[in-house]
Design a binder for this molecule. Structure first.
Ligand SMILES: C[S@@+](CC[C@H](N)C(=O)[O-])C[C@H]1O[C@@H](n2cnc3c(N)ncnc32)[C@H](O)[C@@H]1O
Length: 386
């Protein structure tokens, strides 16, 4: 969607740009482009009328505390400002695999997930990512029968790719999480050594990456000279509008005398190239292959008790990977199915703002608060949106 600026927007840009006048030339241009893009974004955000000031100021406060939002993520997402979240990381309920969430059949479950994913598309910032961990469970989809005759592998990942793409996201990558030897017998491995009796044990999950590229035809200034004399230069990807600077006096022109070519996506990526966002070489290397071995979280201690208080936490390696490789310091990272808040805790540890939404307050509250305290990151109850 294109957003044209109105007179008051120009006044705001000029007024704020005046504060840059004593800076070096390069910083003036960078600052001007940031102010300009910020005003366009604010004007785009103002088109959504459902935003709630209380929750938005709560989740954007960078105070080093994990942010807990109790409630249904669909209704909480509806209160959030458009394009205000920089990264989403989650592992949803795997249909009826656990007691905390149950649906009548797979179609009801997928319909609920679709509503949430569509709303998330509005809330996630443009050219940003959602890391989505899900397993292809074994169970009954309850479409035809409730009996064990309906049991099979349910390819949740495939269903989710379809929903994400219908909702506007682009499917980018899929890491296969090799879980090694699993805790439970997730699939019938037939003891009868004859054909048609054999099923594998389920030892993997998906860690899928989706991007949002909302088509935006708004004119942005050249990031090198700040000039608005730019022409459309085709698309550098699906829905990614690219521009070319037409200012002949621009500080940077190619050998063939072409102007700087840029897009909002390239500017977003350049903005993240700072010293504090640099990723350790060893870490990049450890995620180089798209099959990755990570031990699942051990929940049950020697006495048979669940020491974590949650039945389906994911390993911290997943949000660590997502946060380090797909967000920058100071960004807001949201997990709409927070569970034990692994994502939010990891985000805060990495100097981002970590936010989680969790429905089952009754079931998980004490375990969650305990878990967060163990990570030395306190949540103040009065900060908690009820
Ligand atoms: C697979 S668990 C997430 C585990 C989490 N990644 C962790 O490390 O603990 C899914 C969580 O989503 C919560 N949930 C289910 N439906 C929800 C909804 N509509 N809104 C918010 N949370 C929901 C469940 O209570 C459960 O805690």
């Amino acid at each position: 969607m294109t957003r044209s600026l109105i007179a008051s927007d120009y006044f705001e840009i000029l007024e704020r740009a005046m504060e840059l006048r004593d800076l070096p030339k390069k910083d003036i241009v960078r600052g001007f482009c940031r102010i300009y893009a910020g005003v366009i974004k604010k004007s785009y955000q103002s088109q959504y009328k459902g935003a709630d000031a209380a929750i938005n100021s709560f989740i954007s406060k960078d105070d080093g505390k994990v942010k807990i939002v109790w409630g249904n993520c669909l209704s909480q997402l509806k209160k959030m400002t458009s394009e205000s979240i920089h990264l989403m990381v989650t592992s949803p309920p795997y249909y009826n695999a656990r007691d905390y969430s149950q649906w009548k059949n797979i179609d009801d479950y997928l319909a609920d997930m679709e509503d949430i994913i569509k709303e998330s598309y509005r809330v996630l910032d443009n050219h940003r990512a959602w890391v989505f961990n899900v397993g292809d469970i074994s169970g009954n989809d309850h479409r035809d029968t409730k009996s064990s005759w309906g049991s099979r592998r349910i390819p949740l990942s495939a269903y989710f790719i379809n929903i994400f793409e219908k909702s506007g996201f682009k499917f980018i990558d899929d890491y296969i999480w090799d879980k090694g030897e699993v805790e439970s017998q997730r699939h019938k491995n037939g003891d009868t050594p004859y054909p048609l009796y054999q099923y594998p044990m389920n030892c993997y999950e998906h860690i899928m990456v989706f991007y949002k590229h909302r088509r935006d035809e708004t004119l942005y200034p050249c990031p090198v000279c700040g000039c608005l004399k730019v022409n459309g230069n085709a698309y550098s990807g699906v829905n990614i509008r690219s521009w070319e600077c037409k200012n002949m006096k621009c500080f940077e022109r190619s050998a063939a005398n072409r102007g700087k070519r840029f897009s909002m996506r390239s500017m977003t990526m350049d903005g993240l190239k700072t010293d504090d966002n640099r990723i350790e070489k060893e870490f990049v290397k450890s995620w180089r292959r798209d099959i990755i071995k990570i031990n699942p979280v051990i929940k049950i201690n020697s006495k048979g008790e669940n020491k974590l208080g949650h039945t389906a936490p994911f390993p911290r390696a997943i949000p660590e990977f997502a946060v380090k490789t797909l967000s920058g310091v100071g960004d807001i990272v949201l997990d709409p199915f927070a569970g034990s808040f692994t994502t939010a805790i990891e985000a805060v540890k990495l100097n981002r703002i970590g936010v989680g939404i969790e429905l089952n307050k009754k079931m998980f509250k004490s375990a969650i608060l305990n878990n967060i305290k163990n990570h030395v990151l306190k949540v103040s109850e009065q900060d908690t949106i009820k």
